[in-house]
Design a binder for this molecule. Structure first.
Ligand SMILES: [Zn+2]
Length: 135
């Protein structure tokens, strides 16, 4: 069983936030995720003048995870560049559900919570009539 080092994830998230491209909001976000294989992936947000194209840090995290040939996160921490804890936006909660599942832990104040508590009643593959419940 992999033990989650929350302090290390928080530090990694804050470091990633320093690389964020956020000239519009000024909110520099970093995220660190621990995979089921024990690898820590990090990413930062990347804004765009067309706000709809802005990428949350979690988007980069999932892309890094998949690019490394992995598919499952077990713990995620997000922070700004000052180390303030952040929670994923609604879209990213759905994104993380696909790649971490309902039991994946998300760093929240005062304690990490399972994603299911942050996204109750999540939409998933079982909601699709053509999938038979699996992607
Ligand atoms: Zn987001």
């Amino acid at each position: 069983m992999i033990v989650v080092d929350w302090d290390a994830l928080r530090v990694a998230a804050r470091r990633a936030a320093a690389s964020a491209y956020a000239p519009y909001s000024g909110l520099h976000v970093g995220v660190a995720g621990l995979s089921s294989n024990g690898t820590v992936f990090t990413a930062c947000n990347v804004e765009n003048v067309s706000f709809g194209l802005t990428l949350c840090a979690e988007c980069g995290l999932v892309s890094a995870l998949r690019s490394a040939g992995e598919d499952s996160l077990i713990a995620v921490a997000a922070a700004d560049d000052r180390g303030n804890l952040l929670t994923p936006c609604g879209r990213c909660r759905q994104l993380l559900m696909e790649h971490g599942g309902s039991s994946m832990l998300v760093d929240t104040d005062p304690i990490p919570l399972p994603l299911a508590e942050l996204l109750p009643g999540a939409f998933d593959a079982s909601d699709l009539p053509s999938s038979g419940g699996r992607p």
